[in-house]
Design a protein around this ligand. Structure first.
Ligand code: FES
Length: 920
C-alpha cells in the first residue's frame, strides 16, 4: 500500500485491523502521539488529505493513495507553521504531549473559525495549560499577535536570566512533536509486555495454566506469581522507602482489586502477547470483598492484608487500618466548643480523580554494551525507581541506569513504579529489550487515583468571628494497596488546619484498605480534600455571622511569626517563615473580584461569589535531596547536571535561567543533562514542587562554586588575557575569554579539572521548608432548572516568592486552576463493586476547550529567605483552593451547600430543588 506522509512516499503493508496511528509510528513518525487510542484526546491528530482526524481511529488500510500531514510536516524543514510559532511565543504548552496534535488541528483554522473555536478544538485535550495560551496562540496565528490579559506578570522578551519569561529550549521541537518521550525512540527487536488482569475484587489464585499461552507463536515468556522475587515493596516512592507500606508483590497469589496484575506475557508482537493473555487459565477462590471505607474498619470486615505488621508500616491490619492520626492541641476541645458563641459543622465527601496525564505510564528496558540494565521510563523519580529496582532484584546500583526523557504529564501520578518492575523482570529473564506501555484504561484500573476522603469539620467561634475551636475527622480510602497512603494522610491534615489560629484543635484521621483500585499521590497530596472541608466550613461561619469571607480569613489566618508546629517534641521544627504573602494574596483576589470582568450571567441564572485560601509548605518534609554539577567546557559553554525530571513544570528552563544568572551567561551557552541516574549522584525527584526549591538551589550552589573557582584559578594565572581582572572586565564572563581560560587551565591541569572541563558540585538537603499561599475567588452562575454551573470569573492570587519565569509560573497557576475546576464540577472515577465504570476519556470527562474560563493570575511580591533568588514552589498548590471556592459560590448562588464533590449537574440540580444531594 502506498501513501504520502509530509510529502514523502511511504510503502507499507498494514496488519489487519491496524490503526493509522500505529502504522505512522512504526514508520518513524513518532510525532504522532498516543493518549487514548479511542479518538477522544487528539494527541494523535494528523491531516488526512488536509482534514484533521484522530489517526488512532482511522483504519490504516483506508489511507492508500492519500496524503497525510503530521505536526512535523506542517511547514518546510527548518521552519514552523504560524500556529506553531505562536504556541512557542505564547508558552502554549507545558508537558507538550498534546501539542503536536493541537498544532495539526489548529493549523486548519482561519479567521471565521475563531468564533467557533471551542467546537473546532474540542477534540484536542490539554491536561496542563487550561487552554488560555493555546487559544491566544491560535488567535495570534490567524489575526496577528494579541495582548495577553489578566495577569500581573507580563511576558518578557526572551532573555536568559531569572525573572524573565524565557521559552523552553525544547519549544520548537515540542510543537513539531520532535522532542522524544519514552516511547519515541524505539529499540530494535524489543519485546512487548502485556498483562492479564484480575476480574475479581478479592480472590486467591488456586491454579494457573500457562501452557496454551506459551504455545502462541511469538511468545517468549509467561510470568506468574511463582516467577517473581519473593519481596514486598510499595509502588509509591519517597526518599525514605520506609515511608510507604511494604504490601505489594510484583505478581501475587492473592488479588485485591479488579484490574490487578495476574500474569505478564512478553512476546515478539503486541498481538501475540494479547492473544497469550487470553489463553491463560486461572482458577480463583473468590473471597469476600469490601468497598466502603467505613465498613472496612468495622469488626468482621474482610481483611485485605492480615499478615502485614506495623514494621511493614501497616499499623492495624486486623481492621484494615494502615495509619491512624489523633492529635490534640490547646487542651479541652469539647469545652472550647461549649463556650463558643457559634458552631458550624459539615461532612464533605471527595471523589476519586484521575491524573489524566496525556502520556500514559510506561517503560522500556534493555542491557547496554557494558552489561548494565537500562530503564527508560516516564517517571518523575528516576533515582528512587533505580534504588527500588535494586532492592527488589538484589542488584548493585552501579549495574542499573534509569532515565526519563521528557515526561508527558505527571501531577504526582508518576511518583510510582507501575511498569518498571515488570520490565526489569522481563529483561533480566529474557536478555532481550522489553517495552511495556499502559493503555488509557490501564491508567484508570491499574495506576493510582486521588484518595477519596470523607472530611468532617466542626468550627467554633465568638460572635465576632474569632475561631475558638476546630475539629477535623478524616477517613481516607487507599484502595487495595497503601502506596502514598500514610504521607497523603499526614499531609492532608497539615497546612489545611495550621492555616488558622485556633486555640483548641482536635484532628482525627484514618486511612483504610478497601477492594477498590489503589489511590496514590495526586497534585496537592491530600490537601485539596481537607481544604474543601475546612474552607467550606469557614464559609458557613461567614454566612452564619454575616461577615465578609475575605474579612473572616484576615481575622483568623496565621500571620508571619506565628508558630508553625504543635508544641510537641515529636515534630521536626523544619517549617519556617521564609516569607509571607497571604495578606497580599487576599487583597489581590478581593480587588479583582470587586472589579469584575464584565462577563454577565445568562438571564434566569442565579449568581454567587466564593473564595477559599490554601497554604502549603514549599516542599515535602523529611528531606528532599538534590546533587547537581556545573561544568565549564573547553569550548567556553556550560553543562549542567541535574537529576530531577521535566514533565511540564518548567524546571529545565528555570534551571538554565539560574545558571545563566549566576554565571553571567546567555542561555544559548547553557546545556542541561537531567533526569538520569548517570547525570549526578542523587536526586529525590520531581515532586512536592521541589524542582526549584531544592534542585534549583543545589544548582545555584554549583554554579556559584564554579564561578568562584574560575575566578580563583584566574587569579593565579599570569596570562593577562584570562586573569581574574580580565575575566570580569566587562562585568560578564565572555565566551571568548572563557575559551581562552579553559585552554590555559587545560595546559596546566588544576584541581577539579576533568576531561570535560572544570566542574563544581552543588547539593541541597531541603531540610528547611517555607510557606506559600494561594487564594482563589470565583463568580459562578447556576441554572436551577438544569444544575449547570458556569464559572463567570476565575481569579487566583499566588505567593510564589520572586517569580523566576513569569509566563511559566502563570501557566502552572492556570493549569492548576483548570484541573481544580474539572475536579470541582465533573471529574469522577466511578466505581461499582470495585469495577471502574468510566475507564476512558469518553466517559471520564477531562475539561475541554469550552469548559475552562481564563483564570486571572496575580502574584504577591515576596522574597523568600530559603528559595533560590527568593523563589518559592508553585506547581501543585494552585489546585487546592479551587473546589472550595466554587462550592462556596454555588452555596451562595442557590442557597444550598454542596457537600459531595464533584458538584455535578445532577447534584446541583437536586440541591437547587431543595433535595438532598446524596439521594436520588
Ligand atoms: Fe497539553 Fe501537557 S501541555 S497535555
Amino acid at each position: 500500500m502506498k501513501f504520502d506522509v509530509n510529502g514523502a512516499p511511504v510503502d507499507a503493508d498494514p496488519r489487519a485491523g491496524q490503526s493509522l496511528r500505529t502504522l505512522l509510528r512504526e514508520n518513524g513518525h513518532t510525532e504522532v502521539k498516543k493518549g487514548c487510542d479511542a479518538g477522544d484526546c487528539g494527541a494523535c491528530s494528523v491531516l488526512l488529505d488536509g482534514d484533521p482526524v484522530h489517526s488512532c481511529i482511522i483504519p490504516a488500510a483506508r489511507v492508500a493513495g492519500r496524503a497525510i500531514t503530521t505536526a512535523a510536516g506542517l511547514a518546510p524543514a527548518g521552519e514552523l507553521h504560524p500556529v506553531q510559532e505562536a504556541l512557542v511565543g505564547s508558552f502554549g504548552f507545558q508537558c507538550g504531549f498534546c501539542t503536536p496534535g493541537m498544532s495539526v488541528t489548529a493549523s486548519t483554522l482561519c479567521e471565521s473559525d475563531l468564533d467557533d473555536l471551542d467546537r473546532r478544538m474540542k477534540g484536542n485535550l490539554c491536561r496542563c495549560t487550561g487552554y488560555r495560551p493555546i487559544r491566544e496562540a491560535i488567535t495570534a496565528s490567524v489575526l496577528g499577535p494579541v495582548r495577553t490579559t489578566g495577569t500581573s506578570a507580563a511576558v518578557e522578551p526572551n532573555t536568559s536570566g531569572v525573572g524573565r519569561s524565557v521559552s523552553p529550549e525544547a519549544a520548537r521541537r515540542v510543537v513539531q512533536g520532535l522532542e522524544p518521550y519514552t516511547f519515541d525512540e524505539p529499540i530494535t527487536g524489543a519485546l512487548t509486555l502485556r498483562v492479564l488482569s484480575s476480574p475479581h475484587a478479592h480472590a486467591r489464585i488456586t491454579s494457573i495454566d500457562t501452557s496454551a499461552a506459551e504455545a502462541v507463536a511469538g511468545v517468549v515468556a509467561v510470568f506468574t506469581h511463582l516467577d517473581v522475587p519473593d519481596k514486598r515493596y510499595s509502588t509509591g516512592r519517597h526518599e525514605h522507602r520506609e515511608d510507604d507500606p511494604d504490601d505489594t508483590r510484583m505478581l501475587d497469589n492473592v488479588v485485591r482489586h479488579i484490574g490487578q496484575r495476574v500474569v505478564a506475557v512478553v512476546a515478539e508482537t503486541a498481538s501475540a502477547a494479547e492473544e497469550a493473555c487470553r489463553l491463560v487459565q486461572v482458577d480463583y477462590e473468590v473471597l469476600p470483598a469490601v468497598f466502603d471505607p467505613e465498613a472496612a474498619r468495622l469488626p468482621g470486615a474482610p481483611l485485605l492484608h492480615p499478615e502485614r505488621t506495623p514494621d511493614e508500616r501497616v499499623d492495624e491490619a486486623h481492621r484494615n487500618v494502615i495509619l491512624s492520626v489523633h492529635e490534640n492541641s490547646g487542651g479541652d476541645v469539647a469545652a472550647a466548643f461549649a463556650a463558643s458563641a457559634v458552631t458550624v459543622e459539615g461532612s464533605w465527601q471527595t471523589q476519586r480523580v484521575s491524573h489524566a496525564q496525556l502520556e500514559t505510564h510506561g517503560a522500556m528496558g534493555y542491557i547496554d554494551d557494558d552489561g548494565r540494565l537500562v530503564i527508560r521510563s516516564s517517571t518523575q523519580v528516576p533515582f528512587l525507581t533505580r534504588d527500588e529496582l535494586c532492592h527488589i532484584f538484589d542488584l548493585d546500583k552501579d549495574c542499573v541506569r534509569v532515565y526519563a526523557p521528557r515526561v508527558g504529564g505527571g501531577f504526582g501520578g508518576k511518583q510510582e513504579i507501575f511498569t518498571e518492575d515488570l520490565v526489569t523482570l522481563a529483561v533480566l529473564r529474557t536478555g532481550r529489550p522489553v517495552s511495556y506501555e499502559f493503555s488509557r484504561t490501564d491508567q484508570f484500573q491499574r495506576a493510582a487515583l486521588r484518595h477519596p476522603m470523607r472530611v468532617k469539620v466542626t468550627l467554633g467561634a465568638t460572635s465576632d468571628g474569632i475561631l475558638t475551636a476546630m475539629k477535623v475527622d478524616v477517613l481516607s480510602d487507599t484502595g487495595a494497596y497503601g502506596n502514598h497512603s500514610r504521607g497523603v494522610l499526614f499531609h492532608s491534615l497539615a497546612e489545611s488546619t495550621t492555616l488558622y489560629r485556633v486555640p483548641a484543635k482536635q484532628l482525627d484521621a484514618e486511612v483504610v484498605y478497601t477492594n477498590n483500585v489503589p489511590s496514590g499521590a495526586f497534585r496537592g497530596y491530600g490537601l485539596g480534600q481537607v481544604i474543601l472541608g475546612v474552607e467550606s466550613a469557614m464559609d458557613m461561619l461567614a454566612q452564619r455571622l454575616d461577615i465578609d469571607p475575605f474579612a473572616l480569613r484576615r481575622l483568623n489566618a496565621v500571620r508571619e511569626g506565628d508558630p508553625l508546629h504543635p508544641d510537641d517534641d515529636k515534630y521536626e521544627e523544619d517549617l519556617i517563615w521564609g516569607s509571607y504573602g497571604l495578606d497580599q494574596c487576599l487583597d489581590l483576589a478581593e480587588d479583582a473580584l470587586r472589579r469584575g470582568n464584565g462577563v454577565d450571567a445568562p438571564a434566569g441564572w442565579q449568581v454567587g461569589e466564593g473564595m477559599a485560601v490554601a497554604m502549603i509548605a514549599t516542599l515535602a518534609p523529611r528531606g528532599h535531596i538534590s546533587h547537581t554539577t556545573a561544568t565549564l567546557r573547553p569550548d567556553g559553554t556550560y553543562m549542567l547536571g541535574v537529576g530531577t525530571a521535566e514533565f511540564g513544570n518548567g524546571t529545565t528552563t528555570v534551571h538554565r535561567q539560574i545558571a545563566a544568572s549566576v554565571l553571567e551567561a546567555s542561555g544559548d551557552r547553557v546545556s542541561l543533562w537531567s533526569s538520569d541516574t548517570d547525570a549526578v549522584t542523587h536526586d529525590t525527584g520531581a515532586f512536592a514542587s521541589a524542582g526549584i526549591t531544592v534542585a534549583g538551589k543545589a544548582l545555584y550552589a554549583a554554579c556559584l562554586t564554579l564561578k568562584e573557582r574560575m575566578l580563583q584559578i584566574a587569579a593565579t594565572l599570569t596570562d593577562t588575557s584570562v586573569d581574574s581582572a580580565s575575566l570580569r572586565a566587562d562585568g560578564i564572563l565572555t565566551p571568548v575569554r572563557l575559551v581562552a581560560f579553559t585552554e590555559v587551565v587545560a595546559a596546566a591541569p588544576a584541581e577539579h579539572l576533568t576531561a570535560d572541563g572544570l566542574t563544581a558540585d552543588g547539593s541541597e538537603f531541603g531540610d528547611l521548608r517555607s510557606i506559600a499561599f494561594n487564594v482563589h475567588a470565583v463568580r459562578v452562575a447556576v441554572q436551577p432548572e438544569t444544575g449547570i454551573v458556569r464559572v463567570l470569573q476565575s481569579i487566583q492570587s499566588a505567593d510564589a516568592g520572586v517569580v523566576l519565569n513569569p509566563a511559566q509560573c502563570r501557566g502552572q497557576v492556570e493549569g492548576g486552576a483548570a484541573q481544580g475546576i474539572g475536579s470541582a464540577l465533573y471529574e469522577e472515577v466511578m466505581i461499582d463493586e470495585g469495577q471502574v465504570t468510566n475507564p476512558v476519556f469518553r466517559t471520564y470527562r477531562v475539561p475541554q476547550f469550552a469548559d475552562v474560563p481564563d483564570t486571572e493570575v496575580y502574584f504577591a511580591t515576596t522574597n523568600d529567605e530559603l528559595g533560590p533568588f527568593g523563589a518559592k514552589s508553585m506547581s501543585e498548590s494552585p489546585y487546592n483552593p479551587v473546589a472550595p471556592a466554587i462550592g462556596n459560590a454555588i452555596a451562595r448562588a442557590i442557597g444550598a451547600r454542596p457537600f459531595e464533590q464533584p458538584f455535578s449537574r445532577d447534584r446541583v440540580w437536586r440541591l437547587a430543588r431543595g433535595k438532598s444531594a446524596l439521594t436520588s
